[in-house]
Design a protein around this ligand. Structure first.
Ligand code: ATP
Ligand code: MG
Length: 419
């Protein structure tokens, strides 16, 4: 049996590379517009990082982590998300001491042991940003605005931003009690998991996979009670979004599956994604830095699924058709192969994209190959060219041809190819 990539993982190659490169460039360019610097953290992390941040009762920690021990018995995971690792790096490198507000972005593969289906994979890619060091509502709005512009720049159409507030951690304690009181009389109708959640983390019932549990949890509306302070913060976030002329929907109730969120949370839906229509999600986390052993540093961020961006962008992906460029050296005699290699190397050292065919096939076959490779020029080099000391240079774009002296053509083409 031939080996296959694991279920829920994919090879990215061929034409897809142009799409991915385009998305990556759009992400970088968008993040830079807002002054966010790139950070790259390891794919392997200590399990404790995610147990302490995402929450023991979350689906990710309970069911979705690729977690294992190395030969030394060290408990580690393939990272399931980016935020916790960014916070770890912030603390490890004391970035929070160098400047009050750190604006960071990342992209790369994430891993979750989920059932693979359309828009849901085991190895997938996220891009995301984190603004660490401010609780100013304008920073929440900045992150949401950046998320929106980034998705738009990637070609995603029909975006819809849902926004809400989960209140401070203190508010959440009161909300949890209220939700528990709401669910307690119906405990028999809850699934076994939600029965256990009632004691540990009642909010998890809001996004339980069982519809019955969700219905009961949502009955009576949005369960988060906001203190005056939380309400004011939320109002200010919306005013800042209004100032940036970003449209949002603050009427829809939705739950996020990560424990660290406080106050602002949001998600962005796009059309064309079927059931998995959330392309990006994020929110504020006022205590994660402290929970991971640091000082009180409030932060806010989001993560977007890059596969979902690609699907949602669909035909609106504005990748340019590949321009012809470079030189193909068509060697027509086997004895001239080494001289050919010498020329190609000279060109490459000058920064010119140069290719040749080592098999000395027919001229026709070599021209076909040059065309397939989207080369702009073909130089024919054979015995006649050697004895006449001239080569023929063909421009495949223009269909023109010129003769150049053997000693001059490399310099000439270097000039042409660089223009
Ligand atoms: P979902 O509700 O779809 O399970 P989530 O709540 O697990 O998403 P987050 O952990 O907030 O999502 O991750 C942010 C984004 O990452 C999602 O909106 C989605 O675009 C993407 N994402 C999450 N899990 C996967 C996956 N298994 N495959 C592909 N993309 C994913
Ligand atoms: Mg999920």
């Amino acid at each position: 049996m031939t080996l296959q990539a694991l279920r829920g993982t994919t090879d990215i190659y061929g034409e897809a590379i142009a799409d991915w490169t385009h998305i990556e460039q759009s992400v970088r360019a968008s993040a830079r517009l807002y002054g966010y610097d790139e950070i790259r953290t390891p794919i392997l992390e200590d399990s404790a990082l995610f147990l302490r941040s995402i929450g023991e009762t979350s689906d990710i920690v309970q069911k979705e982590m690729f977690r294992f021990e190395d030969r030394g018995g060290h408990d580690m995971v393939l990272r399931p998300e980016g935020t916790a690792a960014v916070v770890r790096a912030l603390l490890q490198h004391k970035m929070h001491k160098q400047q009050a507000l750190n604006r960071l972005f990342y992209m790369g593969p994430m891993f979750r042991a989920e059932r693979p289906q359309a828009g849901r994979y085991r190895q997938f890619h996220q891009c995301g940003v984190e603004a660490l060091g401010s609780e100013h509502p304008a920073v929440d709005a900045e992150v949401i605005t950046l998320c929106y512009q980034l998705l738009k720049n990637c070609g995603v159409q029909d975006l819809r931003i849902n926004i809400t507030s989960m209140g401070t951690r203190q508010d959440q304690q009161a909300s949890a009690e209220a939700l528990k009181a709401r669910l307690q009389p119906h405990i028999d109708q809850l699934c076994a998991e939600c029965q256990a959640r009632l004691a540990k983390n009642v909010f998890r019932s809001l996004d339980c996979k069982k519809e019955q549990c969700r219905t009961l949890a949502w009955e009576g509306g949005w369960p988060f009670l906001l203190s005056t302070e939380s309400q004011e913060h939320y109002d200010a976030v919306r005013r800042a979004l209004d100032a940036a002329q970003i449209e949002y929907n603050d009427q829809e109730a939705f739950a996020r599956g990560l424990d660290y969120y406080t106050r602002t949370v949001f998600e962005v839906q796009a059309s064309g994604l079927g059931a998995q229509n959330v392309v990006a999600a994020g929110g504020r986390y006022d205590h994660l830095v402290e929970d991971l052993g640091g000082p009180a540093v409030s932060a806010v961020g989001f993560a977007a699924g890059m596969e979902r961006i690609l699907i949602a962008a669909g035909e609106h992906l504005t990748t340019e058709p590949q321009q012809r460029h470079g030189v193909f050296l068509a060697v027509t005699h086997a004895e001239l192969l080494e001289q050919g290699i010498r020329y190609v190397q000279q060109l490459r050292e000058q920064g010119v994209h140069a290719m040749m065919d080592f098999n000395v096939r027919s001229l026709k076959a070599q021209f076909r190959e040059a065309d397939r490779l989207r080369m702009q020029y073909v130089v024919v080099f054979g015995e006649r060219e050697l004895s006449e000391k001239r080569i023929a240079l063909k421009d495949l774009d223009q269909g023109t041809q010129e003769q150049i002296h053997l000693n001059e053509w490399v310099a000439h083409i270097t000039q042409l190819a660089k223009n």
